[in-house]
Design a protein around this ligand. Structure first.
Ligand code: ADP
Ligand code: MG
Ligand code: ZN
Length: 605
């Protein structure tokens, strides 16, 4: 209850300060205002002056007497004194001729007095306080109001605010189709009710990061002319104790009032994790999740509240959340294929000036495995590069270079690398390239470079498949491992030693060889037995072994054998082409970068 307590404390401090201010005001300000220019005097002085005939004017109040004296010089001075119960006073005044005297009618109206001295200053202070807190909360976005606690701070998107439509989302046609149906339902529920069709209450967008899940939800908000509540799972979690559930309740209450509408919960895995019943910090999350489940059951599907949620960890979600009647529709948002990538590049290229000669298909081909977010980044990098080069539009080379920037980091133009090391790197890269070119099952070489990158790579060989590949044959997998061992093989063959530069190749080769054995069923000794399962498919993609220790030992041996065979094959290929290896490496050392075509020219000459 951090915020609650803080708020209460604020109020207490405020009320105390206000009280003190009002008391001070009453004690000092009011009397001194009343008394400006009025002198205190005692009653005997008053009577004396009356008798002397100096008093020109007297006002007899309930408890005091105000009077004015004119001295010999004609100067006037006002006095006040207490009124004593003096029966002869009136007579006395009368006898002294020219005194004008009035009994004060004002008899101090008590409610007016109270208003002036207590209420008015209080109101004044409250108004100032309100204005002040309003300004603060405008700046911080935190409402400075005690009544806002426990209410959800779901943003309400309306069409004009997200300004995203399905046009902005490229290459996710299946997802768009499903979502378009939901939008259509919200526009015209009668059409569906006529046949008796019930729309799914919730749809769950699942896929790797950066594939456009959040973007799709925003596009739905833009397309549907209905209120769109958006909140992220972590916003529920950050709540004070007990508030997560209250927020869920409030969110759904608001949604029910505004129906038809859409509720979007981003990164739902933050609250929707499997309930494991373990002690400790997860109590709060479970309460929130339970409340969510209850709310999803509780509302009427025909009323038109549709719940969208997004996650990249579908496996960790609580099964109760996924059962029909809750999130019964699962919309996969996968990494884009080649045409999808081209479409995404084009969508983002609309925002920048591109040269007419730019061919996005080529870039799409070179970016296999890239997500929508990465492609958006590539386009932006290209635009930045064009600006840096002082050009007015983006060229093909800008895009190609930015692909490499996103894959391998920026060029380290002024990195100092000794001639000897450059030579080793050149042979290493040409080693990869020759092994790739000689085998028929590996992708063509697109570019070889020995310009160091900020990622730490001292050089690399880029291979680009001709078409889109969805499957990998055993031969292709073996060819890939062979190419990966080609760099090290060249080092051994030429320099008779090995360097640490092959560590990344080794890691990749081992991972692939392992997968071939444990998951793809590509080894003779194990066959089609699953020995590993993949956790968090969309995130780390790490696998965990599901086999006995003895089998694990056998797997290790098998991996070793597989890589050894590939390594030997690479050695054979390179020993056969050793002349070309020397020739191409010299050429690369001189040029730093060579294209795939030039490489093939020299290799086949
Ligand atoms: P996530 O799936 O992780 O929620 P986002 O929706 O936040 O990914 O996507 C991040 C950014 O990547 C988007 O703002 C957009 O610029 C870009 N992007 C991702 N996918 C696409 C796509 N299919 N079409 C166009 N842009 C995309
Ligand atoms: Mg997202
Ligand atoms: Zn290498």
């Amino acid at each position: 209850m951090e915020g609650n307590e803080k708020n209460k404390k604020n109020y207490l401090v405020f009320i105390l300060t206000a009280l003190v201010l009002v008391i001070l005001y009453n004690a000092f300000v009011i009397p001194s205002v009343k008394k400006t220019g009025i002198k205190e005097a005692d009653y005997s002085f008053f009577l004396e002056q009356v008798d002397k005939g100096n008093v020109t004017d007297a006002e007899i109040g309930e408890s005091s007497v105000l009077f004015e004296i004119k001295d010999k010089n004609g100067k006037k001075q006002r006095y006040s004194t207490v009124r004593l119960d003096d029966g002869q006073l009136v007579e006395r005044l009368h006898n002294n001729g020219n005194i004008e005297f009035t009994g004060s009618i004002k008899k101090t109206n008590p409610s007016a007095e109270f208003f002036l001295s207590w209420l008015l200053p209080l109101i004044f202070i409250i108004v100032i306080f309100k204005i002040f807190t309003k300004k603060v909360s405008n700046r911080t976005g935190v409402p400075g109001n005690i009544t806002s606690i426990g209410k959800s701070n779901a943003k309400i998107y309306v069409k004009a605010q997200t300004r995203k439509t399905f046009e902005d989302v490229a290459g996710q046609d299946e997802a768009k189709e499903t979502l378009a149906e939901i939008v259509d339902f919200l526009h015209d529920p009668e059409k569906y009710a006529g046949i008796g069709a019930v729309l799914p209450k919730g749809a769950l967008l699942v896929g790797p990061p950066g594939t456009g899940k959040t973007l799709l939800a925003q596009a739905v908000a833009g397309e549907a002319d209905v209120p769109f509540f958006s909140i992220s799972g972590s916003e529920f979690v950050e709540m004070f104790v007990g508030m997560g559930a209250a927020k869920v309740r409030d969110l759904f209450r608001q949604a029910n009032e505004k129906a038809p509408c859409i509720v979007f919960i981003d990164e739902i895995d933050a609250i929707g994790k499997k309930r494991d019943g373990q002690m400790g910090g997860s109590d709060e999350r479970e309460q929130t999740l339970n409340q969510l489940l209850t709310e999803m059951d509780g509302f009427d599907g025909k009323k038109g509240v549709v719940i969208l949620a997004a996650t990249n960890r579908p496996d960790s979600l609580d099964p109760a959340l996924l059962r029909p009647g809750r999130f019964d529709r699962r919309i996969p948002v996968e990494l884009p294929d080649m045409s999808g990538r081209e479409a995404i590049l084009k969508v983002h290229a609309q925002k920048i000036k591109t040269d007419a000669s730019v061919d996005f298909a080529v870039i799409a081909r070179a970016t296999s495995g890239a997500s929508g977010a990465e492609l958006a980044n590539i386009v932006n990098e290209a635009a930045l590069r064009a600006v840096r080069s002082g050009r007015r539009s983006v060229l093909q080379t800008d895009l190609e270079e930015s692909v490499e920037v996103v894959i391998a980091g920026y060029e380290r133009k002024n990195a100092v690398i000794s001639q000897n090391e450059r030579k080793i790197v050149a042979y290493h890269e040409i080693g990869h390239a020759i092994v790739a070119a000689v085998q028929k099952n590996s992708a063509p070489v697109h570019k070889i470079t020995i310009i160091p990158r900020t990622s730490g790579a001292l050089g690399y060989t880029m291979q680009i498949d001709e078409g889109e590949k969805f499957l990998m044959t055993k031969e292709e997998a073996l060819a890939k491992i062979t190419v990966l061992t080609g760099g090290r093989a060249a080092e051994e063959l030429i320099f008779g030693t090995c360097t640490s530069g092959a560590s990344n190749d080794i890691e990749k080769a081992t991972k692939l060889a392992r997968s071939m054995i444990t998951r793809f069923g590509m080894s003779e000794s194990f066959g089609m037995v699953a020995l590993e399962t993949v956790n968090d498919r969309y995130l780390s993609g790490d696998a965990s072994l599901i086999c006995s220790q003895k089998t694990a030992y056998m797997i290790d041996n098998e991996v070793k054998k597989l890589i050894k065979i590939c390594h030997e094959k690479a050695m054979n290929i390179l020993s056969e082409k050793i002349d070309k290896l020397h020739e191409l490496s010299e050429f690369l050392l001189e040029r730093e970068t060579i294209s795939g075509d030039k490489f093939i020219d020299i290799l086949e000459s």
